[in-house]
Ligand binder design. Structure first.
Ligand code: PEP
Length: 251
């Protein structure tokens, strides 16, 4: 039996000022302090990382970032390095979210550089993959995912991939209120796990956490989490409210 501890991760996107972020994190910490069945992580915007760390430090809530830049330092105006993230208390980083791919020119190649930079810095990468509605309708879901993981993980050794988390987020389900059915999610998660087995090892496939993301809410999380290959959730909108997100973490 696999011993994967679920991860419930919140992506706060471009929401919350410093004080709003601190207050939400502070409340969340209280609400999930007894949650042991899953790891909980929140990814506030860069500006709120340090203050949110003050709220979550020493608790069972981990801190993640929503992006990084792969260079160590330099003249890269507006970018944030892995050591800067580490210095705030970050342990996780979301990479290749579909909104970054769609609006900010993120490609599978840049995702690959970011995943490698995260691993090299000891950050846990949460690499996002997922197909558009058109791609699903055209029966291209698996070929799209195949390309995303193949390029996204290129050159990553078995050892490098040890902490990797994959988030399957069908683009058509993000922020739309449409959720993949539990069968659709399970089918893709199984496919991704088999991909890891084929390209890395059975042990890694057994250990790797594959999260589902796309309109996860308290009323659909239980069914999704009951799928054998769903190891957690990446939650956008429903993570902004501490009460709602804590209900998801208690699936
Ligand atoms: C996300 O931002 O990763 C996400 C899944 O958003 P939502 O839960 O709002 O669909």
């Amino acid at each position: 039996m696999p011993t994967r501890k679920p991860l419930i991760a919140g992506n706060w996107k471009m929401y919350k000022t410093v004080s709003e972020a601190f207050e939400t994190a502070d409340k969340l910490v209280q609400l999930v302090k007894d949650v042991d069945q899953a790891e909980v992580m929140i990814a506030p915007p860069f500006t709120a990382l340090a203050p949110v760390f003050a709220a979550v430090q020493g608790t069972n809530v981990a801190l993640g970032a929503q992006n990084l830049y792969w260079e160590a330092e330099g003249a890269y105006t507006g970018e944030i390095s892995t050591s800067m993230l580490r210095s705030t208390g970050c342990t996780h980083v979301i990479i290749g979210h579909s909104e970054r791919r769609q609006y900010f020119g993120e490609t599978d190649e840049s995702v690959n550089k970011k995943v490698k930079a995260a691993v090299a810095a000891g950050l846990i990468p949460v690499m996002c993959v997922g197909e558009s509605e058109q791609e699903r309708d055209d029966n291209k879901t698996f070929s799209v995912l195949d390309k995303q993981v193949k390029i996204g993980l290129e050159g990553l050794s078995l050892e490098d991939a040890a902490t990797l988390v994959i988030a399957y987020e069908p683009i058509w389900a993000i922020g739309t209120g449409k959720t993949a059915t539990k069968e659709q999610a399970q089918e893709v998660h199984r496919y991704l796990r088999e991909w890891i087995e084929k390209n890395y090892s059975a042990d890694l496939a057994d250990a790797i956490r594959i999260l589902y993301g796309g309109s996860v809410k308290p009323d659909n999380v239980t069914a999704l989490m009951a799928q054998p290959d769903v190891d957690g959730a990446l939650v956008g909108g429903a993570s902004l409210d501490a009460d709602t997100f804590s209900q998801i973490a208690k699936f």
